[in-house]
Design a protein around this ligand. Structure first.
Ligand SMILES: [Zn+2]
Length: 160
């Protein structure tokens, strides 16, 4: 049972309503393409995008059909690493308004040749050292700790 005002944030399959002190949990499928994305994160530690066999468009998060030409001949491909910081923001306060001991750095991570990206935390980097275009790689949790969630990636960190 989650503490009041402390949602569990365990992944996309969990929502929490905390104003009523009633815990309500929902699970829903992420669809074929979304499920493939989360499966690859969990089982193989890979970030996969959809690639249209007809026009070549590559999208992240992956789609079950091409949003440009509507073709359904899609293959799922691993994105090339490193990705890069497309943009970022530094959060000094938690969701409940309390000041964080250490700021959280949120970033939109983009990948070459891929439309879209992943919003995630940055880690192992000081805020003053971040820049737009910085090469980053995902830091995955150990396989036994992964749940099929975007949080199977702990954060993105500077590529060496
Ligand atoms: Zn297409």
């Amino acid at each position: 049972m989650a503490e009041p005002n402390k949602p569990p944030y365990t992944g996309m399959n969990t929502l929490h309503w905390n104003e009523s002190n009633i815990d309500n949990y929902y699970e829903f499928p992420a669809g074929f393409a979304g499920s493939k994305f989360f499966y690859e994160l969990k089982e193989n530690g890979k970030i996969v995008a959809s690639s249209c066999k007809k026009c070549g468009k590559i999208e992240l998060p992956p789609k079950a059909f091409c949003v440009d030409c509507f073709d359904t001949e899609i293959e799922y491909i691993e994105v090339d690493l490193p990705g890069y910081v497309y943009t970022y923001s530094i959060s000094f306060y938690d969701l409940d308004g309390s000041k964080l001991e250490k700021p959280i750095i949120w970033a939109l991570i983009a990948f070459d040749e891929v439309e879209g990206g992943i919003i995630h935390r940055l880690g192992e980097v000081d805020p003053e050292d971040i820049y737009i275009g910085m090469d980053v790689v995902p830091e995955f949790r150990p396989k036994e700790d992964r749940t099929g969630s975007i949080l199977d990636i702990k954060y993105f960190k500077p590529a060496l």
